[in-house]
Design a protein around this ligand. Structure first.
Ligand SMILES: C[S@@+](CC[C@H](N)C(=O)[O-])C[C@H]1O[C@@H](n2cnc3c(N)ncnc32)[C@H](O)[C@@H]1O
Length: 275
């Protein structure tokens, strides 16, 4: 088989970490999630994925994905014809996992990622890839002109790689263009940020995080009226989600909860409602 050699920039390469986590998980009998597509994609990409084998943070990335999938499913239950915008979509397969047959989806990432994504996914009347930086407002115009609300923006493992002025720019763009929308994001606390050189997966690639946020509640100060709808650490996931996980994972999460590792405690997954 001719495998695809990815030509990705530094930050773009990080998409291969959660992709690999989902692919490896799919082979397990008791899995956190199923993702056959990820397994097929990994098999057809020419990259040394072995560097990520057995890394504990792969499980962290899967737990995060489970929570983000849950938020998208809840949004689509409440708004079956709503619009989901994946910011920094990478080779994520959320559409394959949680689409409801009627929602509108946009999958946004930098041009080299969308070029690679285009080899594995195709647009459809309800699903559109957009090649742009999230900091540009061209993509927002395209989304706004081809969809109607309500909107859920999903930025999974993306914003910490931007610099704070860029993150503020993204917030301003969303609040300005898509008033009343929801935004799911993750934030690194200072402890997590300061130890990224030792982070098991990040230390295997060149990209580094550039933004940390000590408390997602502070994000509400950027645009008055912003509300934190939910905020979790990987060790304080919603009870119903935890109860759905295979037993071994439930036990692993409770063991981690007892350790109260400062780095893990500072990494938060939050759902915001924008003014
Ligand atoms: C760790 S990956 C996460 C990918 C995907 N969200 C997932 O969970 O599988 C980070 C992604 O953010 C994208 N990204 C980084 N900066 C971006 C920007 N300025 N605009 C759009 N996407 C960006 C990268 O190209 C990469 O695909």
């Amino acid at each position: 088989m001719n495998r695809e050699k990815p030509h990705l920039g530094t930050v773009q390469e990080t998409l291969l970490i959660p992709l690999y986590a989902r692919a490896v998980e799919n082979r397990k009998e008791q899995a956190l999630l199923r993702d056959t597509r990820a397994e097929e994609i990994v098999a057809s990409i020419d990259y040394d994925f072995g560097r990520f084998d057995e890394l504990p943070s792969l499980t962290g990335s899967l737990l995060r994905t489970r929570l983000f999938d849950r938020w998208v499913s809840e949004f689509l239950s409440a708004h079956p014809g709503g619009t989901v915008v994946e910011i920094g979509t990478g080779l994520n397969t959320r559409y394959e996992r949680v689409d409801n047959g009627s929602a509108r989806w946009f999958e946004l990432d930098l041009p080299d990622v969308i070029e690679l994504r285009g080899k594995f996914f195709t647009d459809s009347p309800r699903r559109t890839m957009i090649a742009a930086s999230v900091t540009e407002d061209t993509w927002a115009a395209e989304v706004a002109s081809h969809s109607s609300g309500p909107y859920l923006f999903v930025a999974e493992a993306v914003l910490p790689y931007l610099h704070e002025p860029e993150v503020r720019q993204v917030f301003a763009l969303l609040a300005d263009r898509f008033s009343g929308s929801l935004l799911a994001l993750d934030t690194a606390g200072p402890g997590f940020f300061d130890t990224q050189e030792q982070h098991d997966a990040l230390s295997k690639v060149e990209a580094r995080m550039n933004w940390y946020c000590p408390d997602p509640a502070h994000l509400a100060d950027w645009h008055p009226g912003t509300e934190v709808v939910a905020s979790h650490t990987l060790t304080s996931l919603p009870g119903p989600l935890l109860a759905e996980l295979p037993l071994a994972y439930q036990q692993m999460v409770s063991a981690l909860t007892e350790q109260r590792l400062p780095q893990a405690e500072g990494y938060r997954l939050s759902l915001l409602s924008l003014p």
